[in-house]
Design a protein around this ligand. Structure first.
Ligand SMILES: NC(=O)c1ccc[n+]([C@@H]2O[C@H](COP(=O)([O-])OP(=O)(O)OC[C@H]3O[C@@H](n4cnc5c(N)ncnc54)[C@H](OP(=O)(O)O)[C@@H]3O)[C@@H](O)[C@H]2O)c1
Length: 435
């Protein structure tokens, strides 16, 4: 049985263990025995699925992925080899996504926020991938022999760097077999902040949504040429916008999952009110409290899902060889550098990551759903309908959790609103086109 949200169950299990231990504190021996048992259980639950997806080789005709279009073999030229771009790779999920793709024979182009970091990170990823290849020579016997990783600079909210990256990439790799764009870079801040590069734009809108939107638009012609795919790293936090939009009392209240949710322009209106710079920002998303910070982050992650919908729907009727697929995913709760606002208190991040290793996913475990989406057969990326019987009109790109399509059970009702999605993507495009 496939169960989503395992890392969240791990977190709940760990919390239960801690409470239980506190209750049992008078019976110290029982408490001391219970803690490690719970910690181990939480760790196992948090781990979740392992990656089922692997690149296909000629040597494995019975492979469940035989329907994939990319079939690797060791005599491929560099230009024939599938190529992936992964953003935000110097830490966390992005690093292990890049390692996984490089091990699987993909020419892997990675980005970081500075050129120096990009070069160093590419070298670390190459070394790690080569080590993994050497450890399993038989497994990779049919794969292209070399591990190819190259790093370049890209800062999502600095649109000039996004354009410069796309230009460099198109010139250098325009004739290669570009198959996968992983929009991974992103994060959360716990206060109302605006981009230093584009001061009218709110941090999450600029970094998590507009930068990836511009990058994808610039690279889409190359993906179209090769029939590639776009993988957007979203989050279960995509549910949080209803906190502000519907006045829900709790951040974690659930919408009618699987139904067609109608935002009716309210989200777009809220985004317009928010993205007016520090002094003019207004509306429900501009409130300066921590709850609303989570809602701002969650909104940007809902926009990642909308973005995938708009791409996938655009190519719905395209010729298969040039059809671009798109999907989004929740990686689980991962003990990465993600809550980097914790750095404000010395040592807090270290405590978070140390405790996190017990009940959250490790960075590598957190990369598995992204890797699955990057490597799985294209048929797994086929569009889905919210409820049985609903037609083409409402078809959206799939949303993955724990390496499986969980759209109908996990996607918040707002997540199906294709009209709102199209309107917001149009709005976003107008902003980045001018930048
Ligand atoms: N960790 C979780 O529990 C979790 C849950 C759901 C979704 N996610 C999503 O997973 C993705 C990866 O996050 P992570 O958990 O691996 O965190 P992470 O370790 O902090 O990695 C984030 C990466 O994004 C880069 N980045 C941040 N702001 C950027 C910008 N303005 N321009 C370019 N790159 C930027 C970071 O670079 P720097 O090091 O230079 O900042 C880093 O390489 C994010 O999109 C996040 O929203 C994470």
């Amino acid at each position: 049985m496939k169960v989503g949200y395992k890392s969240e169950y791990g977190a709940v299990g760990f919390a239960a263990a801690t409470t239980g231990a506190l209750l049992l504190v008078r019976q110290l021996k029982v408490a001391l025995a219970a803690i490690p048992v719970w910690a181990i259980l939480s760790r196992l639950i948090a781990r979740g699925s392992t990656n089922r997806a692997r690149a296909v080789t000629v040597g494995s005709p019975k492979d469940a992925q035989s329907k994939a279009r990319v079939v690797l073999h060791k005599d491929m030229t560099l230009k024939e080899r599938p190529l992936a771009v992964v953003t935000g790779t110097n830490s966390g999920i992005g690093y292990y996504t890049a390692v996984g793709l490089a091990v699987e024979g993909y020419v892997t182009v990675i980005t970081c926020r500075s050129r120096e970091l990009a070069y160093k990170t590419a070298s670390r990823i190459r070394t790690e991938a080569e080590k993994r290849r050497r450890a399993h020579p038989a497994k990779y016997a049919n794969y292209p022999e070399t591990v190819v990783v190259e790093g370049e600079v890209l800062e999502c909210d600095n649109f000039k760097t996004v354009r410069a990256f796309a230009k460099w990439f198109t010139e250098k790799y325009g004739n290669h077999n570009f198959q996968v764009l992983v929009n991974n870079a992103g994060g959360m801040v716990d206060s109302l902040k605006f981009s230093k590069h584009a001061p009218t734009l709110e941090h999450h809108t600029a970094v998590n949504f507009l930068g990836p939107l511009l990058l994808t638009d610039l690279l889409l012609p190359l993906l179209e040429k090769n029939g590639g795919r776009v993988v957007n790293v979203s989050s279960a936090a995509h549910r949080l916008p209803q906190y502000t939009l519907d006045g829900a009392k709790s951040l974690f209240i659930d919408g009618k999952v699987g139904a067609v949710g109608l935002v009716k322009g309210r989200l777009l209106e809220t985004l317009k009110q928010l993205n007016q710079g520090d002094t003019k920002a207004a509306g429900p998303l501009a409130v300066r409290d921590v709850g609303t910070a989570f809602a701002r982050y969650g909104t940007s992650k809902l926009l990642n899902i909308y973005h995938a919908h708009v791409i996938a729907r655009r190519y719905l009727k395209a010729e298969e060889a040039h059809r671009v697929y798109a999907c989004s995913l929740h990686p689980g709760c991962v003990a990465s550098n993600f809550p980097n606002y914790l750095n404000a208190v010395p040592g807090l991040m270290t405590i978070y990551q140390t405790l996190g290793t017990l009940f959250l996913k490790t960075n590598e475990e957190g990369a598995q759903t992204t890797l699955h989406c990057a490597l799985c057969p294209r048929e797994e990326l086929e569009l889905v309908v919210p409820v049985k019987g609903s037609g083409e009109e409402t078809k959206v790109s799939p949303y993955f959790v724990e390496c499986a399509d969980k759209s109908t059970v996990s996607l918040l009702s707002y997540g199906w609103d294709v009209k709102e999605a199209e309107a917001i993507i149009d709005w976003g495009r107008k902003i980045v086109e001018k930048a």
